[in-house]
Design a protein around this ligand. Structure first.
Ligand SMILES: Cc1ncc(C[n+]2csc(CCOP(=O)(O)OP(=O)(O)O)c2C)c(N)n1
Ligand code: SF4
Ligand code: SF4
Ligand code: SF4
Length: 626
């Protein structure tokens, strides 16, 4: 993406929901946007950063991102923060109090739920936060609505003096649709107005704000009945009527085009009057909402008979292939089993895609770490969230836990302190990435040091947020627009948190002997140690490619040691069972290196006793050694 958005205006554009949100925010005169990356919300800030007249930042975590947006709002600027669903758990501490304060400039909290767990540690329904924090929740059904509702969210925020939650799902974030953008609205910056009774949340002040917050929610409930954001759409088939919010609206139109429905854009507070009006006209009312039965419970509590999760699943997307058979069966119609559409080139060339488990990239700097960890015995390894979570899989099987961003630190200390007598010789190790460490790991390390933990921490510094597509962070030395920025020195940071200088090692993760030595030494020491890696992610421009390797088939003994590295450039060519002199069988696994993919990282040659892995330059075109 270029630093300056080239979008001429106005014209029809093909945009993802994430791009549409950024566009809507910019047009609404938003001046400050902050986020921590996370699928499926990451691109919102990447697009926002393309608007030169909008301040955009990667914050160190979602709570900080929300706090930056809160500060900017109180300063009188329209502001936005964006995060994935689990990010709002992190930010919620600030959210739950900000709801009492209200806003200066409009404040929009964009949260993207990964419905269907395409890339998340859990599935959550962020609409809960609207109920919990007494905040309005907007739910667009497609990219055009994502754009429009972002603009509308700023207006509502100022009109009702409230932060507004814009709830997206993966389908909205990533699916592209036609968007007709408008023009940027220049907004006056109102300025910060001192008002401690409103903004300093002492118990006394906070107590006085609670009734105001509840009154606001009631006003929003009345508004919800009359706003164009919510509407009844008539149908022809009155056997069943639907209540829908977010992308399920389109799924219903596709599956039951003749059914009447209530379409909710402002889904909390819900317009129960509007819903009752439809309920009275149809034989059955069914709520189609993804994940939790929130609307369903509210509608039932209002005395309106309704179906929902008794017919539809409580997890995953309610796409047409899920919706159609469930509703048809309920209507007593003949039901054909339906399958999820294949995510292949179904409509062009029928290709078969070989099922491929997620794995790390060729030459990933995390490979060497997991190679070593898989060889060290007697360990308990607390993992964390990032590309390195894949260390839990084949061939390393190296992680014992993975829970939440930064959790490896606390979990490792807990494993240490809570160990059973039988585990007294187990070495507790924690593995954490650089961005995760800055997000929420630092406090955990401080806690380990303070409580004299016997934990060896592997801090995998690859100078980027690899998992979410290579964003910058305070350890990368660049900001969201790629400009030079102050850079954290991890050794100094770790030392300042109290780790003894002699217990800190900086290692090149491609140097296996150094890595093994540092690990073996530190797991034996009864103290807190930190081993920091220092090589960049292969997919960044910081990585430098070296001449590739190939395998000399004449020398390869089929020992399969190199496969334990887990580099996808190394492939099995054949297996052979041989009988050993003692009569037992042994399986030999012969390999080849895909030299076009190999980056020459130098990791696997160190695992090959017979030195069969040689520079490609030593081979002729036919694959024979020169
Ligand atoms: C609370 C929360 N916010 C964001 C994410 C999305 N996410 C997953 S891993 C990750 C960071 C990975 O970066 P890093 O720790 O540097 O490891 P790498 O992937 O580069 O190896 C992020 C932002 C998340 N899972 N949870
Ligand atoms: S994106 Fe980078 S950190 Fe992630 S697996 Fe690939 S090389 Fe490793
Ligand atoms: S480590 Fe060397 S000898 Fe063993 S399988 Fe790999 S290339 Fe062949
Ligand atoms: S040297 Fe080995 S580990 Fe490194 S990229 Fe090439 S094949 Fe993979």
């Amino acid at each position: 993406m270029s630093a300056v958005n080239p979008l001429p205006q106005p014209e029809r554009r093909f945009m993802s929901g994430n791009e549409a949100v950024a566009r809507g925010a910019w047009e609404a005169g938003c001046r400050v946007a902050a986020a921590y990356p996370g699928t499926p919300s990451t691109e919102i800030l990447e697009y926002a950063a393309t608007y030169a007249d909008l301040y955009a930042e990667w914050s160190v975590n979602e709570k900080v991102a929300l706090e930056v947006a809160i500060g900017a709002s109180l300063a009188g600027s329209r502001s936005l923060c964006a995060m994935k669903h689990v990010g709002l758990n992190v930010a919620s501490d600030a959210l739950m109090t900000q709801t009492l304060i209200g806003v200066g400039g409009g404040l929009v909290v964009v949260v993207a739920d990964d419905v269907g767990l395409s890339s998340s540690q859990n599935e959550q329904d962020s609409r809960h936060w609207g109920r919990f924090a007494h905040l309005p929740v907007l739910e667009p059904a497609d990219a055009q609505e994502a754009y429009e509702m972002t603009r509308e969210a700023f207006t509502l925020s100022e009109q009702f003096d409230t932060p507004v939650i814009l709830r997206l799902t993966t389908r909205i974030c990533h699916v592209k649709g036609v968007v007709v953008p408008g023009e940027r609205e220049e907004r006056p910056v109102l300025g910060f107005r001192k008002d401690p009774a409103r903004m300093v949340m002492t118990p006394l002040n906070a107590g006085r704000r609670i009734p105001l917050m509840l009154q606001r929610e009631e006003k929003l409930r009345e508004f919800s009945e009359i706003t164009d954001l919510n509407r009844i759409e008539d149908g022809k088939d009155w056997r069943i009527g639907f209540v829908t919010s977010g992308p399920t609206y389109l799924h219903i139109l596709e599956s039951f085009p003749d059914a009447p429905l209530v379409k909710l854009g402002l889904s909390h507070p819900a317009p129960l009057g509007l819903i009752r009006a439809l309920a009275e006209k149809v034989e059955h009312l069914v709520v189609v909402e993804e994940v939790e039965p929130l609307l369903e419970q509210e509608i039932r509590a209002a005395g309106i008979p309704v179906h929902g999760k008794d017919l539809l699943p409580r997890m995953g997307e309610l796409a047409p292939h899920v919706l159609r058979p469930a509703i048809r069966a309920f209507l007593g119609e003949a039901v054909e089993p339906e399958h999820a559409p294949r995510r292949t080139l179904e409509f062009t060339v029928p290709v078969k895609v070989f099922p491929r488990p997620p794995t790390m990239c060729v030459a990933c700097p995390h490979l060497g770490i997991y190679y070593c960890l898989s060889k060290i015995k007697n360990t308990q390894i607390a993992g964390d969230i990032g590309c390195y979570t894949l260390g839990a899989g084949h061939p390393w099987n190296a992680l014992d836990t993975c829970i939440a961003m930064g959790a490896s630190m606390g979990v490792a200390l807990g494993l240490d302190k809570g160990r059973s007598p039988a585990d007294k010789d187990k070495r507790v190790i924690a593995v954490i990435g650089d961005s995760t460490f800055l997000h929420m790991g630092m406090q955990g390390l401080l806690n380990i040091v303070y409580n004299r933990g016997n934990v060896t921490i592997l801090l995998l510094n690859n100078s980027t947020v690899g998992m979410t597509g290579g964003q910058e962070h305070p350890g990368s030395g660049r900001d969201i627009r790629g400009m030079e920025a102050p850079q954290v020195d991890f050794r100094k940071l770790v030392e300042s948190l109290g780790v003894k200088p002699e217990r800190i090692h900086e290692v090149n993760p491609y140097e296996l002997p150094t890595l093994f030595k540092a690990l073996r030494e530190e797991v034996k020491v009864e103290d807190t140690s930190v081993i920091i890696t220092n090589q960049p992610c292969v997919l960044t421009d910081r990585y430098s490619h070296q001449p590739p390797y190939a395998v000399d088939a004449e020398l390869c003994t089929g020992c399969s040691n190199c496969l334990a590295v887990g580099c996808p450039a190394i492939a099995v060519t054949r297996r052979e069972t041989v009988i050993k002199p003692n009569g037992s069988e042994k399986e030999l696994t012969f390999v080849a290196i895909d030299s076009a993919a190999c980056t020459g990282c130098d990791l696997c040659p160190g695992t090959c006793g017979p030195e069969a892995i040689r520079p490609l330059a030593e081979f002729n075109r036919a694959g024979a050694r020169l």
